[in-house]
Design a protein around this ligand. Structure first.
Ligand SMILES: C[S@@+](CC[C@H](N)C(=O)[O-])C[C@H]1O[C@@H](n2cnc3c(N)ncnc32)[C@H](O)[C@@H]1O
Length: 245
């Protein structure tokens, strides 16, 4: 079965047309200045179709992006002409160079489905940073936010629908993992795909960051209200910031 992003890459920008990438870039720059980090070279992990990268490149940052999904990377390459995009798994990559900032946005960190994977990913973030570099990632897929039956349906105006169809194992409380099956409907055709995410406690994320050497902190930022005020009210979006001292 294909993974979700292979299936939706071409429609990704249309599905998330409401997302305010400019606001995220503003939040990133606020963290750069709050922590006094001079940033020029940015590594965007799980860069997707390069929406943050386009805005960051326009502001003069030098961009490298990695992602696991070839189909998402091709769109990023066409969009951000002066970016450098490579296929890599966040749990296992070595680019042979270090950056001023490593970012990983839109809950992409949650593609680590257990604490062992999270540790490996954070080690990679750390080793790809220069001393005094900054690592910033966000997620709303935190254990406190997990609600049975709370599903978000994504769609495009062109008639694509991503319908949560069922969870293969429900939510595995020990491993923190949730595997979901989605039914993707487009132009009369339907296909299943799978997406797996990890729901961690904020304290576990902060501890994992400290374990690899980061000075870590968390910051609550309101979730975009697109899924409806009911969801926005109960779901907290957090940014985690790590400084390599
Ligand atoms: C929700 S999208 C976010 C994309 C982009 N950061 C954004 O804000 O639009 C999640 C991305 O994570 C990528 N991804 C999933 N697992 C990954 C992994 N192990 N390593 C690198 N990228 C991964 C997917 O291919 C997808 O592009």
């Amino acid at each position: 079965m294909k993974n979700l992003y292979q299936k939706i890459a071409k429609d990704y920008d249309s599905i998330y047309h409401w997302k305010n990438y400019g606001n995220d870039v503003m939040i990133l720059e606020r963290f750069f200045s709050k922590f006094g980090i001079k940033v020029r070279h940015i590594l965007d992990v799980a860069c997707g179709t390069g929406n943050h990268d386009l805005l960051l490149a326009r502001k003069g940052y030098n961009i490298t992006g990695i992602d696991l999904t070839t189909e998402m990377l091709s769109i990023a390459r066409n969009k951000v002409i002066n970016g450098d995009f490579q296929k890599s798994d966040m749990k296992n990559f070595a680019l042979g160079r270090r950056f001023d900032a490593v970012i990983c946005l839109f809950s992409s960190i949650s593609h680590n489905v257990d604490l062992i994977e999270l540790d490996k990913t954070l080690e990679n973030f750390y080793s790809h940073l220069k001393p005094n570099g900054i690592c910033i990632f966000d997620t709303w897929m935190l254990k406190n936010n997990f609600r049975k039956g709370l599903e978000m349906v994504d769609f495009t105006d062109e008639g694509l629908e991503i319908i949560p169809f069922g969870r293969t194992k429900g939510y595995d409380r020990v491993r923190r993992r949730s595997d979901s099956i989605y039914l993707i409907k487009k132009k009369g055709k339907s296909e299943f795909c799978i997406n797996s995410v990890g729901f961690f406690l904020s304290s576990e994320v902060l501890a994992a960051m400290r374990k690899v050497g980061f000075v870590s902190s968390q910051h609550v930022v309101p979730l975009e209200d697109i899924y409806g005020s009911k969801v926005a009210k109960i779901v907290e979006r957090k940014f985690f910031v790590g400084i390599k001292v």
